[in-house]
Design a protein around this ligand. Sequence first.
Ligand code: AMP
Length: 186
Amino acid sequence: MNAGKELIFIINVTYFCRVKHSQAFLLLGSNIGDREKFLSEAISLIEKKLGTIVSKSSLYNTKAWGARSERRSIQSDFLNQAICLKTSLPSEKLLKEILLIETKMGRTRKKKWESRTIDIDILFFNTEIINTPELTVPHPFLHKRRFALVPLNEICGGFVHPQLRKTIKILLKECDDKLDVSMVIK
Ligand code: AMP
């Protein structure tokens, strides 16, 4: 290796060692069209643009939360999946990239409870507590919704919610949401 190449190698190694990797838990959901295909397309885009997927839950079929009570309309069931992502992106950039993926996959935002090709929520970002106009982390409803807790419990039951100071397993046990969440067996 000549001196120039050696210098570039050292700079790259130093850079690589300095990049801070974060751990984010994301929840994916789809309730329109070929839901499984949308989830797998989202997974591919996440791996391409956002980082490395360390673990994935099974797929869960869940009733549409809020659709009956708030809009008095009945939406189709959701297919949900939780993933653990290792990323070098800071939280605000991660959210921006997630919104771009949602838009690229045809997600529109006209009504609050409308059906969606893909919905991606940031449930946790390391153990950080974030409250900005754009981003609330931990996700404010995750401990109240079985459709988030059940898949999350499969991949990180022992993770401690940084605000509630309880594990996902305990939050699931204490959750009084009655929504049906069933694993899709393939
Ligand atoms: P929705 O896709 O309907 O879940 O809402 C997306 C909007 O919620 C985004 O434009 C974000 O600015 C905002 N938001 C706030 N906190 C979060 C979070 N933890 N994960 C994803 N979106 C969030």
